[in-house]
Design a protein around this ligand. Structure first.
Ligand SMILES: CC(C)(COP(=O)(O)OP(=O)(O)OC[C@H]1O[C@@H](n2cnc3c(N)ncnc32)[C@H](O)[C@@H]1OP(=O)(O)O)[C@@H](O)C(=O)NCCC(=O)NCCS
Length: 163
């Protein structure tokens, strides 16, 4: 199995349109409201051109299983992820995608801090974020705030040779 973060392609649009109208899926991270095809097409055309956001397709062996993005403000960014394909959840892919995305954010975009919001009622997501190194940094009503800094994510230097 190979997991990769890749650019979105035009042919991904229909799948993303189905996911954004999947109430159960959307309600894991936001308030659900039906999205029209026209609205979706405008969003899809715009998201790949935005300077302040980077979005990736999460592909398992080349197949679209989800999306993830960083919404950048200065040297910080908000992380969002949606593994839309049901059979792709609960197998470690979300955690792996978050790790790949944070690595890009720190190493390629030079971010200092990446944060996210997650519903307390979504323990699977909280656990995945914890496994990827995030820790809780605040709470707002039903939402938990978590973050990861570049310093905390950096690989630790090898211990001195004890010999
Ligand atoms: C949240 C999401 C990215 C996680 O990715 P994933 O691939 O499903 O998760 P992983 O398999 O990497 O890790 C899930 C962890 O949560 C644990 N878990 C699953 N259900 C759980 C529950 N009800 N309570 C506690 N832990 C739970 C799993 O056991 C696993 O931890 P472990 O490896 O220590 O056993 C993905 O499920 C997703 O996109 N879901 C739909 C949308 C969503 O919720 N997005 C997040 C919005 S903030």
């Amino acid at each position: 199995m190979t997991l990769a973060l890749e650019p979105l392609r035009d042919e991904d649009s229909d799948t993303l349109y189905a996911w954004i109208n999947d109430r159960e899926l959307v309600e894991l991270s936001a308030t659900y409201r039906p999205v029209s095809r026209v609205e979706h097409d405008a969003w899809f055309a715009g998201i790949r051109r935005r300077d302040d956001a980077v979005i990736f397709a999460i592909r398992e062996d080349g197949e679209l299983v989800g999306t993830c993005q960083l919404i950048v403000a200065g040297d910080e960014a908000e992380l969002r992820i949606r593994v839309g394909r049901p059979s792709a959840r609960g197998r470690g892919l979300g955690t792996q995608a978050v790790r790949l995305l944070t690595a890009r954010g720190f190493e390629e975009l030079g971010l200092r801090r990446i944060w996210l919001q997650v519903f307390r009622a979504n323990p699977r997501a909280i656990r995945a974020y914890e496994k990827a190194g995030f820790t809780v940094c605040g709470e707002q009503g039903p939402t938990v705030l978590m973050d990861l800094t570049a310093a905390a994510a950096a690989p630790r230097p090898a211990p001195p040779d004890g010999g």
